[in-house]
Design a binder for this molecule. Structure first.
Ligand code: ADP
Ligand code: MG
Length: 677
């Protein structure tokens, strides 16, 4: 059986078994599907094509007896001459004295090693007697631990393949193999470990890439279906007339993209299924307006709505703007960690008694003592900052509201359909009209005075600026010290007529609120701040964003910060002060200066950082694929997704014998359900 313990393979036991366990190889199947992480391809090329310092493979005839010299403690050097294409090549082999006996004049040998083009010399790392068989050999390289060597592992895999091959079953339907021209599972498996040539290997990888994607997408689609079915009976009968009247009184008309996404969300709310939707839109694309309309929808349906945001500043800001926007239409309260004592008690009672329609707050609004009378809709802003835990808490409270996640970190499509494959996705892909592109510059520290003068000049035009402080990663305290220092420095630099403000996470919430209010009212012209203003903060009159130590931020975060400006029809500027040391850092600065488009940027970010890092480790929810690469293989991913959708839609897993093996694998989906919710 494939799930026999690995030590049932001949030659596997004792310490070797332990070492394999350290690699998470416990069963025969684990071993068979332990794929190489890389392949070395040795290919014989004409001498003139060899590149200096590259690892190369050559084949030739030995023309002199090798000479061996010893030096140091047990060190040796073996030198011999080789004729390749009528040229004499010197071969040097270190610390393999035994090779002297194996290599004799007139032998044909194949050598791999580092090429020195100036001396026509190869430093051999690998040699083989005889000619290279097919002028290309592909060596799989496995990740190793303990005493496991590549050779030992290959031996064990070879045995396992010999003894268990007949048990490796196909799981993909025959018709799929045919139409995608994929090798069958066993052939592909053998090729992964013992590839004969590149073409074969390519197809084997293509097969496992598709298999991994399809399995994953099937799980996602099943989950989505289960979630939908589990939440039947949740239709919200909102009042369209009232919504229209509400929208009419906005100071602007909705963009086509806002309208489209709004329709999608409202349809979800009206449907009997619980909504599980992600709303993506670049910073400033107007998600908050859409959110407000949806919240009003819930209110007109006689239920309560909640808007959950990641920071207190943002909660307060939303509270103010929504209170103004809603007027008498809804009773709105603010519930954050700093609402305490009697006030908190009153608010909690009102929420429970249903005299409150909309609650805006940080995660404080999902704490144990908060009971909603009838929660119809929850909107989670900047959802990537929320832990999976917090999202679950809400649902564990016996509440089954429609849930809308909003994010301004545009998630590349590849990630969206993997990490969020079980969600529906709406995208606002259009900016309100009249916006100008933010001009972004990359400046060195020694140009700082000019930057500060530039700010001063814009202030004379009535505009305002953010200055984001240098970042010290390990320490919140030092960050604040930096902010204070910079604040004092700018105060000294500017005339008294220019008011400099200071904002950081340790300020009391009253103080924060006060600073933000004064900045919004243009009583403060320059706001020195830590990254607490990163998300959502909306002061349209601010047109300059200066970011210190910009090289320490990821692209998405820089884009978020930049999104604090460019929120009106005035020309805005973003100045990145950075002295990046590495290439990645420089590349980031270049990308920032070249693109304003959040989606393009996040695709680049994904490439620079890799999928695991994109959301931060903890809550990534991005699966680790063995063979597949979400970025390179995105076409296969798209194919797998639409195949999975079709399979689930027509219920092929239950109805079609061809899918029986796939179904067997997928029964474990229940556990996944718990993990992902
Ligand atoms: P987001 O939350 O997506 O970053 P906001 O909802 O904060 O964006 O909107 C940014 C700014 O654009 C706000 O000042 C908002 O009033 C304004 N706005 C939103 N929708 C429109 C629109 N359709 N036309 C003009 N301005 C808009
Ligand atoms: Mg927002």
């Amino acid at each position: 059986m494939l799930n026999d313990s690995v030590d049932s393979i001949k030659g596997v036991g004792g310490k070797f078994t332990e070492d394999l366990a350290a690699l998470h190889i416990y069963t025969v199947e684990d071993l068979l599907f332990y794929f190489p992480y890389r392949y070395d391809v040795f290919e014989i090329k004409p001498l003139r094509e060899l590149i200096h310092d590259d690892k190369v493979t050559i084949e030739g005839k030995v023309i002199h007896q090798p000479s061996l010299t010893f030096y140091g403690k047990r060190k040796s050097r073996l030198v011999f001459t080789l004729e390749v294409e009528n040229v004499a090549i010197k071969a040097v082999m270190f610390n393999r004295p035994f090779a002297k006996k194996q290599i004799a004049p007139n032998d044909i040998v194949t050598l791999t090693g580092k090429w020195d083009a100036h001396r026509l010399q190869i430093t051999v790392s690998n040699y083989k007697k005889g000619p290279a068989e097919n002028h290309a050999s592909i060596q799989p390289l496995y990740s190793l631990k303990g005493d496991v060597t590549n050779i030992k592992l290959k031996k064990a895999i070879k045995r396992a393949l010999n003894d268990y091959a007949d048990q490796v079953e196909e799981i993909l339907p025959e018709s799929y193999l045919k139409s995608y021209k994929l090798p069958n599972r066993l052939d592909a498996l053998m090729t992964m470990h013992f590839p004969a040539n590149r073409t074969e290997l390519k197809h084997a990888r293509r097969r496992f890439t598709y298999e991994e994607f399809l399995l994953f997408q099937l799980k996602m689609q099943l989950l989505r279906k289960m979630k939908r079915e589990a939440t039947h009976g949740n239709a919200q009968q909102y009042d369209s007339k009232k919504l229209e009247e509400f929208i009419d009184h906005f100071p602007f008309s909705l963009t086509a993209a806002q309208q489209r996404t709004l329709t999608q969300i409202l349809l979800d709310m009206k449907s009997p299924y619980r909504m599980n939707r992600l709303l993506q839109g670049d910073v400033g694309s107007g998600k908050t307006a859409v959110a407000a309309i949806c919240l009003y929808g819930t209110v007109t349906a006689g239920r309560q709505g909640a808007l959950m945001v990641p920071t207190e500043i943002l909660a307060e800001q939303h509270y103010e703007s929504l209170t103004e926007l809603f007027g008498e239409r809804a009773k709105i309260v603010l519930l954050t960690g700093s609402v305490k004592g009697k006030k908190r008690k009153e608010i909690l009672e009102a929420i429970e008694a249903s005299t409150v329609d909309i609650v805006i707050g940080t995660h404080a609004l999902i704490q144990d003592d908060v009971f909603f009378a009838d929660l119809g809709l929850v909107i989670v802003d900047e959802q990537h900052r929320f832990g999976v835990e917090q999202r679950r808490t809400l649902r564990d409270k016996g509440l089954h509201p429609d849930v809308l996640f909003m994010t301004a970190t545009p998630i590349p499509r590849t990630l969206a359909i993997t990490a969020f494959g079980d969600m529906d996705v709406s995208v606002i892909d259009e900016m309100p009209s009249g916006r100008k592109e933010i001009e972004t510059y990359w400046a060195k520290e020694n140009t700082l005075d000019r930057v500060l003068q530039f700010i001063e000049q814009r202030i004379t035009y009535g505009e305002q600026a953010y200055v984001i402080c240098p970042l010290i990663e390990e320490s919140d305290k030092l960050d604040i010290q930096n902010a204070v220092d910079l604040y004092e420095q700018l105060q000294a630099f500017y005339p008294p007529s220019i008011h400099v403000g200071l904002m950081h996470g340790r300020l009391h919430s009253d103080e924060k609120e006060d600073v933000m209010k004064r900045f919004a009212a243009n009583e403060i012209q320059v706001l020195v701040s830590t990254t607490v203003v990163e998300v959502g903060v909306n002061v349209p009159n601010a047109t300059i964003m200066v970011i210190y130590d910009a090289e320490r931020f990821g692209l998405s975060q820089l884009h978020q910060l930049r999104g604090r400006v460019g929120r009106s029809d005035k020309q805005s500027y973003c100045i990145l002060i950075a002295e990046p040391k590495g290439e990645v850092g420089k590349e980031r600065m270049r990308i920032m200066t070249e693109t304003n488009n959040g989606f393009a940027l996040s695709e680049q970010d994904l490439k620079l950082r890799g999928p695991g890092d994109f959301f931060g480790k903890k809550q990534s929810g991005v699966p680790e694929f063995k063979v597949a690469d979400m970025i390179h293989d995105y076409r296969a991913l798209e194919t797998a997704r639409s195949d999975a959708q079709e399979i689930i839609e027509v219920n092929a897993l239950d109805n079609d014998q061809e899918f029986a093996n796939l179904k067997t694998i997928l029964v474990k989906v229940e556990t996944l359900f718990n993990k992902l919710d």
